[in-house]
Write a protein that binds this ligand. Structure first.
Ligand SMILES: Cc1ncc(COP(=O)(O)O)c(C=O)c1O
Length: 412
């Protein structure tokens, strides 16, 4: 294997205007990319140009602006399909977000395919977006809702699978590829193989993975995969669901209205083909175009290079935080961890940690990170989380560490 070309984070930073703002004479250290990423000028320029010269509603008009808009929107769909190595472009559905993509599957597939005696299996470290819809649909259909537990390092305990399988018909296994709270990289290929042995579908939440590592839905062996644009340098308000065509074709629509129909009469409506069956109403047109531009931007840098950069930074962060005896880091070892580090500062509430770090120009997230069952398992109400992206630097990790020493001195 050849190692990826290294990315030059210093050079890439000139693409990001947020760095022009100084706090205490230094640019902000934005360490909250797991929540949402900053946007490069290339994506913002592409969206502005699209709005100015190619904007109209899509799929409807025969005039040139409408044709350009439709080509921009459908071109973005081809870009998304290529990005995840989808076998067919029509398998990509634009949604509002990863959350909506998962809800689409939970409602459109779950309500029709689950019932008493069936098991819906999630994980203990799941983001609420891939937890609550399944819990809800299980309760609506009478299916049982189960989870794969984690060990103390935040890694899935796969030896629990046999006993889960003995409890009923496993019909769906829903798991994140990367945990947004701990950075754990889950063994999705193995889980997909197990899910298929049970006759279940495999749902992958790639919201924290797609921005940071190459994704290949065929290699993962999943049936559906969801992610959002705003976590990969694109605009918010748009996300994608990839689904195996043979599965999507069996599913009833999720939202109903314009665009998703083939014909409507007073007594009956028939539905459009893929992907339009799942895209009711006017979509987020320019945002989808911006999503495509963001994928082009990060693809040009190289997903393997982004992954390697974040791996190096995370290893450095784990080392530096390890120097602080008042900091407890959660999560797995570096080999099985993406660019996310959650920790606890002894005697200081995470919100106070984040507030004081902000005074130092360091932006981190404090809270339960939409993973309350995981927080319960860890025995904490909240953590402080630093997360990295292609524009993050080791100097920013140093500023985090210096800031934490100040936090401890003033509040600990
Ligand atoms: C692992 C994971 N899944 C799903 C989501 C939901 O993403 P969105 O809010 O874009 O729908 C997030 C967002 O933080 C996430 O981290």
């Amino acid at each position: 294997m050849t190692s990826p070309a290294k990315l030059d984070a210093h050079a890439l930073r000139s693409d990001f205007a947020y760095l022009d703002e100084l706090v205490n004479e230094q640019p902000m250290a934005y360490l909250d990319s797991a929540s949402s990423t900053q946007k490069p000028r290339q994506v913002l320029d592409a969206m502005r140009e699209f709005y100015e010269h190619s904007y109209a509603n899509v799929h409807r008009g025969v005039y040139r602006l409408a044709e350009r808009a439709t080509e921009g929107y459908e071109g973005a769909r081809r870009t998304v399909a290529g990005f995840v190595n989808a076998p067919q472009t029509r398998e990509v559905i634009f949604t509002r977000s990863a959350t909506e993509a998962i809800n689409l599957v939970a409602y459109a597939w779950g309500l029709d395919n689950l019932g008493p005696g069936d098991l819906v299996v999630v994980t203990e470290l799941e983001h609420h977006a891939n937890f609550v819809p399944w819990q809800y649909v299980a309760s609506r259909t009478g299916a049982s809702f189960r989870h794969i537990p984690i060990d103390d390092l935040g890694e899935l305990q796969l030896d629990s699978l046999d006993s889960l399988a003995a409890e009923g018909n496993v019909k769906v296994v829903a798991t994140g590829l990367v945990s947004n709270s701990l950075g754990t990289i889950n063994p999705v290929e193995r889980l997909a193989a197990w899910a298929h042995e049970q006759g279940a579908i495999m749902v992958v939440d790639a919201a924290q993975a797609a921005p940071h590592r190459p994704i290949d839905v065929q290699a993962l062996g999943c049936d559906v995969l969801a992610f959002s644009s705003h976590k990969l340098c694109g605009p918010s308000g748009v996300g994608a669901l990839w689904g195996r065509a043979s599965l999507l074709e069996t599913m009833n629509p999720f939202n109903l209205g314009g665009e998703m129909i083939r014909s409507v009469a007073l007594d009956r409506t028939t539905f459009n083909e893929l992907p339009f069956k799942f895209e009711a109403g006017t979509p987020a047109i320019a945002e989808a175009f911006g999503f495509g531009a963001a994928i082009d931007y990060i693809s040009e840098i190289g997903l393997a290079a982004i992954e390697a950069h974040e791996h190096e930074l995370t290893a450095y962060a784990l080392d530096r935080l390890g120097e602080l005896d008042f900091v407890r880091v959660f999560g797995p070892p570096i080999e099985r961890r993406a660019g996310i580090v959650s920790f606890d500062v002894e005697g200081v509430h995470p919100h106070d940690v984040a507030q004081i770090l902000d005074w130092e120009g360091v932006s981190v997230r404090a809270g339960h990170h939409c993973t309350q069952p995981l927080m319960t398992r860890l025995g904490v109400a909240a953590t402080t989380r630093a997360s990295f992206y292609l524009y993050s630097l080791p100097e920013e990790v140093d500023r985090l560490v210096t800031g934490l020493v100040k936090v401890k001195r003033s509040l600990g």
